[in-house]
Design a protein around this ligand. Structure first.
Ligand code: N01
Length: 539
């Protein structure tokens, strides 16, 4: 390991590269650029330590819904060998431990300034450098700007009348403080997405009373979080070469083989058998992509999967009126949800379901929440599990200016664009990790894929003396068009969710993902590199 202080090679710059974020993306970028290319890199993160999403989302029940053996980096054999986990899925504290272990192993912390938020970054056409401005009043310059801002990290907190009058505590799952104790409290949770499902199932057994404010009922399947024996873990570790090969050539990168069998042509008995086996196995992505190949593309198949889950809800939830409120009436085409005995929660005496679609939240009162019908729920704590201004949220909040002072806010005013999910027109030497129109997968393998491409692109530039790169308008528009075409082949655009920006009032509906899978994505971005980057303008 190279532990010396690096010297900036870029003439006139403070650093060769600035990396924003100390999550999975930022940490790996610092490793590639500093440890492998010998660049002088400055990292920033608003949190007090590494972890990114997993630093902020400390709410009870926070868990990865990707299995432990593939929710990690693949690039370091030593880290893979050392990997340790007890259950099929990793809890938030375990993921944070893992990220700390990575930071220690690769000596990454010394390149970071923590507790430091980047307020803006401006590209100077004369110097060819980025000026990065932080909330501590510091400005640093660098040739490259790499952003790992997080796909789901700009929190969405809807405004409600009277919030300031509420005497109790208000929390958002995505900015969870350390000092929260929900035991014996009257807790209200707004939101029933992936986060809501996790925090609801974790809170119900400890709260005095839990009221769930549900706007949209959800299709939730079991996660199947079982203990994992040493023999299975050893076998997974012994097979990592094949496992990563499969993951990186798959569609969703969750470690299972996606099904190639259509539900459309399967008999009713066959569908029941396959869905029941998946229900017993657990896993949201498995249920949608491991059972049949057409659930996300065929209405017939989608209805079959949705009907199966609806049947389960009716069987599990004892009160038929509550069961009906929990049954979704839209199609099964959001990011698939899974949870630990989620629907059983509604059989508990200390849990109330408030259907705020039929009876919306009117206002917060001093003691709780009042619905439009006048029904009041007295609460000590209200938890907003209301999600994120996903994908472009952090980019448009920041004062990000490219060539000629053009702002990202303006460039994306009709919705985010982005080339290969990593670059943008008029933003030279600017590389986004998980930017708009990147793959829709288990994220660590996609993050690795992008960071490796970014690092190789930068290395090629340095070797050939190229001062700047940025995509052409034609290449960017063609990529966005491709993403739109692929998305339109699926049912996802027909469901209202954050995937197309539908969760934020006033946000333009836009394509934000490349939905043809990580394997095809890797092929597409490798071709750009192998062909000598014909789609990039070089200076
Ligand atoms: O956010 P969401 P999330 N009044 O937007 C409701 C990842 N993740 O944080 O559906 C009342 O999905 C909203 O209602 P509706 C994962 O990618 C991963 O749960 O808009 N309700 C919905 O129920 C996931 O997809 C893990 O009608 C309001 C909820 O709030 C993504 O994060 C774990 C409202 C928001 O759901 C986002 O999930 C957790 C209002 N005004 C999250 N506004 C893993 O397992 C919003 N809602 C790895």
């Amino acid at each position: 390991m190279n532990v010396q202080t690096e010297i900036t090679k870029t003439t006139g710059a403070d650093y060769d590269a600035v990396v924003i974020g100390a999550g999975f993306g930022g940490l790996y970028a610092v490793h590639k650029l500093r440890n492998e290319q010998g660049m002088n890199v400055q990292g920033f993160d608003s949190a007090s330590d590494v972890g990114g999403t997993w630093w902020y989302n400390r709410y009870p029940g926070a868990l990865s819904d990707t299995e432990s053996y593939v929710y990690r980096y693949s690039f370091d054999k030593e880290l893979l060998k050392r990997g340790h986990w007890k259950t099929r899925y990793l809890t938030q504290p375990e993921i944070l431990d893992y990220m700390n272990e990575v930071a220690d192993h690769l000596d990454l912390r010394r390149s970071y300034k923590f507790n430091t938020k980047v307020d803006g970054a401006h590209y100077n056409e004369e110097t060819g450098l980025w000026s990065v401005v932080t909330d501590s009043g510091q400005t640093v310059t660098a040739k490259y700007l790499v952003t790992g801002l997080g796909l789901l990290s700009a929190t969405n907190t809807p405004s409600f009348k009277g919030v300031d009058d509420f005497k109790g505590r208000i929390l958002h799952t995505g900015a969870w403080p350390e000092d929260v104790d929900l035991s014996n409290k009257r807790v209200g949770i707004i939101g029933t997405g992936s986060t809501g499902v996790q925090v609801i199932t974790a809170t119900a057994p400890v709260a005095k009373h839990l009221t769930v404010f549900q706007r949209s009922a959800q299709y939730v399947v079991p996660i199947g979080n079982t203990p994992q024996d040493e023999a299975t873990i050893s076998e997974q570790k012994a097979n990592y070469d094949q496992i990563w090969d499969q993951v990186k050539n798959s569609a969703v990168a969750f470690g299972f083989e996606e099904s190639t069998i259509p539900a459309e042509t399967a008999t009713q008995e066959e569908r029941e058998r396959v869905f029941e086996a998946a229900w017993q196995r657990g896993g949201g992505f498995y249920f949608m992509f491991g059972t049949f190949c057409d659930i996300a593309t065929s209405q017939v198949a989608n209805d079959a999967a949705a009907d199966f889950i609806k049947g389960k809800i009716r069987k599990i939830v004892k009160d038929p009126q509550i069961a009906e409120k929990l049954i979704p009436n839209d199609l099964y085409a959001k990011r698939p949800l899974c949870g630990n005995d989620y629907f059983d929660v509604y059989n508990r005496d200390n849990v109330t379901l408030a259907d705020v679609k039929s009876d919306p939240i009117a206002e917060f009162t001093t003691n709780g929440i009042r619905l439009e019908s006048g029904e009041e729920h007295e609460l000590d704590v209200v938890i907003f599990a209301t999600g994120f201004d996903a994908v472009d949220g952090n980019y448009v909040k920041m004062d990000l200016r490219g060539r000629g002072g053009v702002t990202m806010r303006d460039t994306w005013k009709e919705g985010p664009l982005g080339y290969l999910g990593m670059m943008e027109v008029d933003f030279p030497n600017f590389f986004m990790i998980l930017g708009p129109n990147g793959p829709f997968t288990n994220l660590p393998p996609s993050i690795e894929t992008q960071v490796e491409w970014i690092s190789e692109t930068i290395s090629t530039m340095e070797e050939s003396g190229v001062k700047s790169v940025e995509p052409t308008v034609e290449a960017r528009d063609a990529w966005v068009g491709t993403c739109r075409e692929i998305a339109d082949m699926t049912l996802f655009p027909k469901a209202e969710s954050w995937i197309f920006g539908a969760n934020i009032p006033g946000k333009k509906n836009a394509v934000m993902f490349y939905m043809a899978g990580i394997g095809n994505y890797r092929t597409a971005i490798s071709a750009v590199k192998d062909d000598g980057y014909p789609s990039l303008i070089r200076d």
